[in-house]
Design a protein around this ligand. Structure first.
Ligand code: SIN
Ligand code: FE
Length: 292
């Protein structure tokens, strides 16, 4: 795995960069291509979030223009305005830079991560210091891709990540142990078909991805023994990654911004590399409703 440096966001990236992103590499930009006034930047750096354990980050929902997870007594209205501007600027930037994806993407949540990541006490499945692929239990993607744009806003401290093997290797290695085929079969049972008709239940793809996310975090031996690469994202830098394909964990860092996009699988340059295609080859069954 490698960092592929993008020198400018003034034009769409080339097919080589798309190909490398989709093959499980990280697109890195040595700067913050988002503008904040000095006042707003200082305001962000002074933020803390609520201690409530169910709020892992401060989340901004662009469609509702709403914010969750802010600390009591903080100026939530100002933070909401700044997050709105972050989302708008990111959309503008990447609509140009990733035009191929922008044609079909759905704008998902943004987040502000003001906590120090080292030593956080979160419940096991919410821990981000354990290697995992992202999966959203409440927002099924139906095989579409999770693309995340991260900004390390911290003026001094890097954000440190670990990665291990990408999705195809780990899915192949753990398919049986994690019960991935079983979930694909369950998604085709008469009960699941009935559920689908009445609008109940999750597509097999999302059930499999969520199971795999939990399986990896629960597997202490894997977390200890797997081969690891460390990535140090410097202060004031940004990066883009398909987090359903790239295993990742954050070890330390404080004050990151992040915007998520759900990109349709059909707009990939190499749709055959998508986790849904990998799973279908591995399991020998369709994992998306309505396909095949
Ligand atoms: C994650 O998506 O697991 C966390 C990444 C980060 O906050 O840097
Ligand atoms: Fe993650």
């Amino acid at each position: 795995m490698e960092l592929v440096t993008v020198r400018s966001w003034d034009a769409e990236i080339g097919s080589d960069a798309y190909g490398r992103l989709e093959a499980g590499n990280i697109l890195f930009y040595p700067g913050v291509p988002i503008e904040f006034s000095e006042d707003d930047r200082q305001f962000l750096l002074s933020q803390r979030q609520t201690d409530a354990p169910y709020h892992k980050n401060i989340a901004y929902r662009p469609r509702e223009d709403s914010l969750t997870g802010t600390a009591r007594g903080s100026d939530a209205e100002r933070l909401r305005r700044i997050m709105r501007s972050f989302t708008e600027q990111t959309v503008r930037l990447l609509t140009r830079g990733l035009a191929r994806y922008a044609a079909s993407w759905r704008l998902d949540y943004a987040s502000f991560r003001p906590c120090e990541e080292a030593g956080r006490s979160l419940r096991l499945h919410a821990r981000n210091d354990l290697l995992h692929f992202d999966a959203f239990p409440t927002r099924p993607t139906h095989g579409d891709r999770i693309l995340r744009f991260f900004v390390n806003l911290n003026p001094e401290k890097p954000r440190v990540w670990l990665t291990t093997d990408p999705f195809p290797e780990l899915a192949d290695r753990f398919a049986a142990a994690a019960g991935l085929s079983r979930r694909a079969k369950r998604g085709r049972s008469p009960l699941a078909r009935l559920g689908r008709k009445i609008g109940f239940g999750r597509p097999p793809y999302d059930a499999i991805m969520h199971r795999f996310h939990n399986f990896l975090k629960e597997n202490a031996e894997f977390q200890r023994a797997c081969s690891k690469q460390q990535w140090i994202f410097p202060p004031q830098s940004s990066w883009l990654v398909l987090t359903d394909m790239v295993s990742h964990a954050v070890l330390s860092g404080q004050m990151a911004l992040e915007q998520t996009f759900i990109v349709a699988r059909r707009s990939m340059l190499k749709p055959e590399l998508a986790p849904a295609a990998v799973l279908e080859r591995l399991i020998g069954l369709p994992v998306i409703w309505g396909e095949k």
